[in-house]
Design a binder for this molecule. Structure first.
Ligand SMILES: Cc1cc2nc3c(=O)[nH]c(=O)nc-3n(C[C@H](O)[C@H](O)[C@H](O)COP(=O)(O)OP(=O)(O)OC[C@H]3O[C@@H](n4cnc5c(N)ncnc54)[C@H](O)[C@@H]3O)c2cc1C
Ligand SMILES: NC(=O)c1ccc[n+]([C@@H]2O[C@H](COP(=O)([O-])OP(=O)(O)OC[C@H]3O[C@@H](n4cnc5c(N)ncnc54)[C@H](O)[C@@H]3O)[C@@H](O)[C@H]2O)c1
Length: 472
C-alpha cells in the first residue's frame, strides 16, 4: 500500500459547515482536503433550508397581500404550484453542485469525492465511486462535518414503506393531493404549511403539541393559523402503526381513528451522522461523541474535531457555520502554538454563543423568531429569570397588515439586568431577531437598551413596549 498523502487538515463533509472550516484554515495558511460523498453544499442548499424556504415564500407573500385592504382586491388567483416548484428548483440549482465545486476549488481547498472513513489516528481513507481509494494523514486535525440523518421512530410497519423524509418533501416534482406529516417540529410544520398552501390536504400528527421548543403563546399562534387555513393538526396523538392500502398510507392514531394520505412525511427529528465513519478504529463510540467549545472531541486526544449537525450541539446552518469559523481559527491557532487545551469564553476560539444566544426562526406564516433561553430553560440553567410578554400592537404592526396578531417576550437575568432570551411571533418578525441577538451577546444592560429608540412606525416599537412593561 502506498504511503498516505500528507495534509494539514482533513474535513469530512462538504456541507455549509465543512466548506466553512476548510475555507477558514486555508485562509490562515494551512492546507486542507475536503471530502464529500454526495453534493458539495450539503443538506441546507439542496434538501433543507433553501428549498423549504423557497416552497414557503410564495404563500407568505400572497397571504401578506391578502392581509392589506386595497392590495387584497388585486389578488384574484391562487398560487401556481408548478411555478413555485420551478422557482424552488432554481434555488437548488436543479441539484447540480458545479458552482459550489468551483467555489471550493477556487479557494485552494483540495476537493475529494467519495466516502471517507477514519482508518487510524489522523488517518482518513476515501473510497471513490470507481473503486479506488486515497489515504491522507493530517498533521494538525481531522474535522467531522458529516451532518445529521433523520431519526425514524420504531412505529409498526413504517420501516417497510416508501415514506418521505424531508429530502423527498423538499425535492418533490409534484404536489400530492394529500399529505400526512408525522412530527410537529419545525421541519414538519414548515413543510405542512407549504404543501397545504400549494393545494394538498394536510394532516399533522404530533405526539404532544407542535413546536414544543418555543413558548406556548408563540407556538399557539402558529397552531391557530394552521388550523385557520384548513390544515388538520392532531395534537397529543400517538401513531401506533402505518400500513399501505390501495396505494395510500393509513396511519392508526388510536381509539379506532385513522389518517389516510397519498404521501407520508416523517419529520421526527435528526441525529448526528457519525455511523460508518470508522470512529471505532480510533477507540471512539459514534453514539456518544462530544465536543468542547473549540470543537475538539476531548476523548480523541487532541486531533479530532466535530462541527455543525455532526457535533450534536445545535442543528442550524448559521450556528454550524459559526462553529466552523471558531474551529477553523482554533485549529490554525493550535498549529501556530497560540492556543492550548481550552479557550476562554467569548474568545475567537470558543463557540460560547451555542450556549447563550442561538437565533432560530420558524419560517411559517406567522413566523416565530427566538434567541437565547426561554423562561423555563433560563430557570433550569440556574438563572434568576423574569419574563415580560405582550401582544404586538404598535403603529408599525397595524400598518403592516389588517388585524396583525403577534406576541413578544423578553427573559431577563434579574441579577445582571440583561436579556437572556427574546421571542417574537407574528408575520415577518424574523428580521427583528438580530437586534435581540446583539443585545444578548453584547450583554447590553437594560438601562442602556432603554436608549435604543426604535424608529416610528416600525414593528420594532414592540421593544419599547416590552421595556416599558418591564418597568423602565
Ligand atoms: C427540512 C429542513 C429545513 C431546514 N431549514 C433550516 C433553516 O431554514 N435554517 C437553518 O439554519 N437550518 C435549517 N435546517 C438545518 C440545516 O439544514 C442543518 O443544520 C445544516 O444543513 C447542517 O449543515 P452541516 O454542514 O453540518 O451538514 P450537512 O449539510 O448535512 O453536510 C454534511 C455533508 O457530509 C457529507 N458526508 C457525510 N458523511 C460523509 C463521509 N463519510 N464521507 C464523505 N462525505 C460525507 C454528506 O453527504 C453531506 O453533504 C433545516 C433542516 C431541514 C431538515
Ligand atoms: N427554520 C429552521 O431553522 C429549520 C427548519 C427545519 C428544520 N430545522 C432543523 O432541523 C432539525 C430537524 O427538524 P425536525 O422538525 O425533524 O426535528 P425537531 O426535533 O424540531 O422536531 C421533531 C418532532 O418530532 C416529534 N417526534 C419525535 N418522535 C416522534 C414520534 N414517534 N411520533 C410523533 N412525533 C415524534 C418530536 O416531539 C418533535 O416535535 C431541527 O433540529 C432544526 O434545528 C430548522
Amino acid at each position: 500500500m502506498s504511503e498516505p498523502l500528507s495534509i494539514d487538515v482533513i474535513v469530512i463533509g462538504a456541507g455549509a459547515v465543512g466548506e466553512n472550516v476548510a475555507g477558514r484554515v486555508v485562509e490562515r495558511g494551512l492546507s486542507a482536503v475536503l471530502v464529500e460523498s454526495d453534493l458539495v453544499g450539503g443538506e441546507c442548499s439542496y434538501w433543507a433550508c433553501m428549498p423549504s424556504k423557497a416552497l414557503l415564500r410564495p404563500g407568505t407573500v400572497l397571504s401578506a397581500a391578502r392581509g392589506v385592504a386595497g392590495a387584497r382586491e388585486a389578488v384574484t388567483g391562487a398560487l401556481d404550484p408548478q411555478q413555485v416548484l420551478e422557482r424552488r428548483t432554481s434555488f437548488t440549482s436543479d441539484w447540480d453542485d458545479s458552482s459550489q465545486e468551483e467555489w471550493v476549488t477556487s479557494t485552494g481547498i483540495i476537493l475529494e469525492r467519495g466516502w471517507a472513513t477514519l482508518t487510524g489516528e489522523r488517518e482518513v481513507t476515501i473510497s471513490h465511486d470507481d473503486g479506488s481509494g486515497t489515504t491522507y494523514r493530517a498533521t494538525h486535525a481531522v474535522v467531522l462535518a458529516t451532518g445529521s440523518t433523520p431519526t425514524v421512530p420504531p412505529i409498526d410497519g413504517l420501516a417497510d414503506l416508501d415514506y418521505w423524509t424531508t429530502r423527498e418533501a423538499t425535492s418533490a416534482k409534484e404536489v400530492p393531493a394529500s399529505l400526512a406529516v408525522l412530527g410537529g417540529g419545525v421541519a414538519g410544520v414548515e413543510l405542512a404549511q407549504a404543501y397545504a398552501r400549494l393545494g394538498a390536504e394536510v394532516t399533522v400528527i404530533a405526539r404532544s403539541g407542535i413546536l414544543g421548543n418555543y413558548p406556548k403563546e408563540a407556538s399557539d399562534l402558529v397552531l391557530d393559523a394552521l388550523r385557520g387555513e384548513g390544515l388538520t393538526v392532531l395534537t397529543d396523538t400517538a401513531t401506533n402503526a402505518v400500513t399501505r392500502e390501495d396505494g395510500r398510507f393509513v396511519l392508526d392514531v388510536g381509539d379506532g381513528r385513522t389518517v389516510t394520505a397519498e404521501k407520508l412525511l416523517v419529520s421526527t427529528g435528526r441525529h448526528p451522522n457519525t455511523a460508518g465513519l470508522g470512529l471505532e478504529s480510533v477507540g471512539l463510540d459514534p453514539k456518544t461523541l462530544t465536543r468542547d467549545d473549540t470543537g475538539r472531541v476531548p476523548d480523541a486526544g487532541g486531533w479530532l474535531y466535530a462541527v455543525g449537525d455532526a457535533g450534536g450541539v445545535v442543528q442550524l446552518t448559521h450556528q454550524g457555520k459559526y462553529e466552523a469559523r471558531v474551529t477553523g481559527d482554533a485549529i490554525a491557532a493550535r498549529a501556530r502554538g497560540d492556543l492550548g487545551e481550552s479557550a476562554a469564553d467569548w474568545s475567537a476560539y470558543a463557540s460560547t454563543a451555542d450556549r447563550a444566544a442561538v437565533p432560530q426562526v420558524v419560517f411559517t406564516d406567522p413566523e416565530i423568531a427566538m434567541v437565547g433561553r426561554t423562561l423555563e430553560q433560563a430557570r433550569k440553567d440556574g438563572v434568576n429569570a423574569s419574563e415580560t410578554s405582550l401582544e404586538i400592537a404598535v403603529a408599525g404592526s397595524a400598518l403592516h397588515s389588517d388585524g396583525y396578531t403577534g406576541w413578544a417576550q423578553m427573559v431577563v437575568d434579574e441579577d445582571r439586568k440583561v436579556l437572556v432570551g427574546v421571542t417574537f411571533a407574528g408575520p415577518e418578525v424574523s428580521e427583528m431577531l438580530h437586534a435581540a441577538t446583539i443585545a444578548i451577546v453584547g450583554e447590553v444592560p437594560l438601562d442602556r437598551l432603554w436608549h435604543a429608540v426604535p424608529a416610528y412606525p416600525t414593528v420594532s416599537e414592540v421593544w419599547l413596549r416590552l421595556l416599558e412593561k418591564y418597568g423602565l
